[in-house]
Design a protein around this ligand. Structure first.
Ligand SMILES: [Zn+2]
Length: 79
């Protein structure tokens, strides 16, 4: 199902994602989004979380509010 709405860009180039859309894709304020530009279309998706050290996705733990992979945690423990 395609959901369509119209939003006006403000003077700084921002738009607000309506609450029902945020709930639909389950994003909360402060969460990272990924924008893919395909010709004249912009596709916004939830960004996958990456390890802050090596960029790897998957098998992540949260350390002081940051995502860190198991390997980097091991390296940190050895340092
Ligand atoms: Zn890592």
């Amino acid at each position: 199902m395609i959901y369509t709405c119209y939003k006006k860009l403000d003077e700084l180039g921002r738009i607000v994602l309506p609450k029902d859309i945020r709930e639909k894709i389950a994003v909360t304020p402060g969460e990272m989004l990924k924008l893919d530009v395909e010709g004249d279309r912009i596709v916004i998706t939830k960004a996958e979380k990456n390890c802050i050290f090596c960029g790897k996705t998957g098998d992540l733990r949260t350390l002081e509010g940051k995502s860190v992979c198991k390997n980097c945690i091991k390296k940190l423990n050895q340092a």
